[in-house]
Ligand binder design. Structure first.
Ligand SMILES: Cc1cc2nc3c(=O)[nH]c(=O)nc-3n(C[C@H](O)[C@H](O)[C@H](O)COP(=O)(O)OP(=O)(O)OC[C@H]3O[C@@H](n4cnc5c(N)ncnc54)[C@H](O)[C@@H]3O)c2cc1C
Length: 459
């Protein structure tokens, strides 16, 4: 009789695991059943801002594979609108509620993949009785927001609460739809994933595009008129709004795991080993936004919920379940985003992380341009490097600039991943032609500055 693999969560991590396991074991050996509480599988939450802005026209463009494709082409059964409500490790079964049909189903498993993702942080002041306030985690959330934006009376004033990458991407999307946008952030600058000096560059650029950036400001409540949002209340008074988008970060969905007694790590997410097995229980795997990862620079367990990790971790789990051998070696926190034309990239540790991890370090900022100064389209680019003292090992890097800025971070991520020193980096054979870089690429200028700072013994 075939073994059965149950997957909880039908998006990036869960369906990557299912697909990889299927590539190695056919239906006669392994039955695969995925439970997904939403309507969709393998969808790109990352694409929601671009769907809201109109850059992506149709919802279905964000769906890589639907349940029918999984069933017909991969022999993977997906039960959408089924929410798993309990995991019984003794009986090795899950209990799921049929959200549309009603009733409960039980399904036994030999192998379980826990891939429940993460949920947006809900502030205390969020209210169910006020319409016009949206999170953006699922395609249903995106559809509800678009419906609100297109319904009469059409919203004209938007407030985005939270200045992380989801917040800045949503601010861009709403500006592109012609709304006036205020972004409210409790911290002193948006994009707290970069250091304050780099975040300030992001704030300046956002203001220049007409987005109101209100930092150091806390939202404490909502005002409504006839059940519709009319303003957000802050400690400096109300800000008028007829649509509010929340981007306050996410928390790993661990409730089911905790109730079943699965191991939760210090970051608050599910703990796994390098093969994505949950320690202490046989045949249980976890991947994606619900798990923590090893940070390869600080050595600490971290919760960095990104699609890039979810896909890789799901793949690793699936290969192992299928009888192969794969490991997930950890993360270095590489991330890119854009707000209007401004691009932001980061990898490794921020100054504050490096300090907390006990490193001695120097930091340098290099101001240069994306292309040769004389070449049309040359725009400013700022590169920040953080290098260990006295070794010179690269600990972190951040880039803010216009076109061709964000993906430059990948070269720095490879250097950091491989433990390069800034001295070694100065000799890197990077591509040069006037349309693509100045003769000294901004990354090389920054590396040279870091070498000088280390030689001067400064900080
Ligand atoms: C607006 C936005 C933009 C983003 N942009 C980027 C980006 O540019 N780059 C990047 O790397 N990442 C980005 N991300 C993050 C990325 O989308 C996530 O890291 C990725 O989706 C995580 O995949 P996952 O499978 O772990 O979790 P999820 O995608 O959250 O999927 C988990 C699934 O589990 C289901 N589920 C949960 N509990 C149960 C249950 N009890 N029973 C049944 N089903 C359940 C959920 O419905 C969900 O479909 C973005 C996210 C958002 C919201």
């Amino acid at each position: 009789m075939a073994e059965r693999m149950i997957v909880i969560g039908g998006d990036a991590a869960g369906m990557s695991a299912a697909s990889q396991a299927r590539r190695r074991r056919d239906r006669s050996e392994l039955e695969i059943v995925a439970f997904e509480r939403g309507h969709f599988t393998s969808y790109s939450a990352c694409g929601i801002p671009y769907w809201v802005s109109g850059v992506v026209q149709e919802r279905d463009e964000l769906i890589a594979r639907d349940p029918k494709t999984f069933r017909d082409e991969f022999g993977i059964e997906v039960r959408t609108r089924h929410e798993v409500t309990a995991i019984d490790l003794d009986r090795r079964e899950v209990v799921a509620r049929d959200l549309d049909g009603g009733g409960e189903v039980r399904a036994g498993f030999d192998t379980l993949v826990y891939a429940t993702g993460a949920s947006p942080v809900q502030p205390d002041w969020a209210r169910d009785d006020v319409s016009g306030v949206f999170g953006v985690q699922t395609l249903d959330d995106g559809a509800a927001l678009i419906d609100w934006l297109e319904r009469e009376p059409r919203p004209r004033h938007a407030v985005v609460v939270g200045g992380g990458y989801v917040g800045v991407e949503m601010a861009e999307a709403l500006v592109q739809r012609g709304l006036t946008v205020q972004l409210v952030e409790q911290a002193d600058q948006p994009m707290s994933t970069v250091d304050p000096d780099m975040g300030e560059l992001v704030a300046e650029a956002m203001r220049a595009t007409g987005i109101g950036v209100r930092t150091g400001l806390e939202v404490t409540g909502l005002q409504e008129r006839d059940g519709r949002i009319s303003a957000v209340v802050t400690d400096e008074g109300p800000i008028p709004a007829d649509v509010v988008v929340l981007g306050l970060g996410v928390r790993p969905n661990t409730a089911l795991a905790e109730a079943a007694g699965l191991s939760i790590g210090p970051s608050g997410a599910v703990r796994t080993d390098r093969r994505m097995r949950v320690p202490g229980v046989s045949g249980v795997w976890a991947a994606g936004d619900c798990v923590e990862s090893l940070h390869r620079v600080s050595g600490m367990p971290v919760h960095i919920p990104l699609g890039t990790h979810a896909n890789k971790q799901g793949r690793v789990a699936g290969i192992n379940i299928g009888g192969g051998h794969a490991t997930f070696p950890g993360v270095i926190g590489t991330a890119v985003t854009k707000v209007c034309e401004l691009e932001v990239g980061r990898t490794g540790l921020r100054e504050r992380d490096a300090r907390e991890a006990g490193f001695e370090f120097v930091t340098v900022l290099a101001q240069s341009t994306n292309r040769a100064g004389y070449y049309p389209g040359s725009r400013p680019m700022t590169v920040k490097l953080i290098a260990e003292r006295p070794s010179g090992r690269l600990l972190g890097a951040q880039i803010v600039g216009w076109s061709e800025a964000a993906k430059r971070i990948d070269a720095l991520a490879v250097a950091l991943w491989n433990g390069m020193t800034v001295d070694e980096m100065t000799a890197l054979d990077l591509g040069y032609a006037p349309p693509y870089a100045p003769v000294w690429d901004p990354m090389l200028i920054a590396a040279r500055k870091a070498v000088d700072a280390l030689a001067a013994g400064g900080r």
